[in-house]
Every structure is written in C-alpha cells, then in structure tokens.
Design a protein around this ligand. Sequence first.
Ligand SMILES: N[C@@H](CCC(=O)N[C@@H](CS)C(=O)NCC(=O)O)C(=O)O
Length: 198
Amino acid sequence: MKLYLNKASPYARLVLVVAHEKGLAKDLELVWTDPWASEEKLLAVTPFSKVPALIAHDGLPLVESACICDYLDERGGAPRLMPPSGADRVAALRKLGLGRGLIDASFGAVIQKRFGGDGNSVLFERWRASVLRAVMAIDRNPTPSLSPDLGDLVIAVALGYLDFRMADVKWRAEATRLSAWHDRVCARESMIATAPEQ
Ligand SMILES: N[C@@H](CCC(=O)N[C@@H](CS)C(=O)NCC(=O)O)C(=O)O
C-alpha cells in the first residue's frame, strides 16, 4: 500500500498513527508530497489534492482520513480500534466527533491565517473560539484512555496539532487532566514515530 502524506498534516498523522497501532506501518510505502502544490503524482490518486490518500491493497485509491482509518482498522484485524457495538462504541464515537471537530477547527484557523490574508478575520476568530470550547468539552468528558480506541487517538492527534501549530492556545493550563493524559499517550510508539515536523 502507498500512503501519500506530508509531515504537518494532522489528518495524515492520524492515518499513520492508526497504521502503527494496527501493525500495518511496515506495509506502507510513504509518498511525501505537498498537497498545496497540486503535484501530478497526488492528483493521479485524489481529485482533491489533499493528504492523506492511500493506494489500497487492491491497487485503487482511497481518500478521506476517516475512510482510510476504517479500512486500516479492519485490515489490521482484531482488536478493533473502533469498538463494534454497545456503550464502548458510543463512547468512542463521542470522542471521535469532538476530536475530529477539534482538528477541523484548528486546521481551519491555521489555514485561514495562512491564506485568508487577515489573521483577525471573522472565520479565524470563529474557528479559534471553537478550538477553545472543544478542548473544554473534551476535558469535561471522562479522561481518554491509555489503552486508546480510535476516539482517543483522534484526540491525541488533535491536541498534538494544537501544540504544533497553535502554541498560543494555552489549553494545558485550562485542561490539566487532559494535559497529563496527553503527555502519557504521546509516549506510545505510534505517537513518537509520527510527531509532526515543519
Ligand atoms: N477531510 C479530509 C481533510 C484533509 C485535508 O484537508 N488535508 C490537508 C492537509 S492537513 C490538505 O491536504 N490540504 C490541501 C488542500 O486543501 O488543498 C480528511 O479527513 O482526509
């Protein structure tokens, strides 16, 4: 399988974390690309020129991080990162929704600042406010687990992205329990191996 990615993307990092957790990292050929440059090699795989994108085991492309994570979770066999049913699944979905929302809001704010021209734009302020509210909503939930399911991993990646790209958001002072959990979950091999870079 081929994974198209870059070193700063939280969406690509999530897919790579899942691959590590499922023991599939060794089966991935990593293709580093700049999605903003709309390179031919990436456009041949995805019409959106976004990372992550995967060439799956059948030789065909798969896009969108949620779809790729689902595919890898099934392909890597049991135990599943996404609980199949019951209260565990609902809890994982709850975390997944908040974690994905946090990635979307923080990535949106970062991109707005980079391409929107005016860092104080309405959209930037709106997404930044969502980021702060989302961290507090996650902190109000039961502490994420150190035997992480997919929801926990999304939250770990989302908070890592805040540290990487929005260091001015002092979330650790506001959410100390979550901060302590994040330090510990970041000691996992999957998180160390995928730490973001400029
Ligand atoms: N919904 C997509 C979002 C992927 C995404 O926006 N990736 C960014 C990098 S973090 C990208 O490639 N952006 C290039 C662009 O929007 O043109 C997913 O979950 O995979």
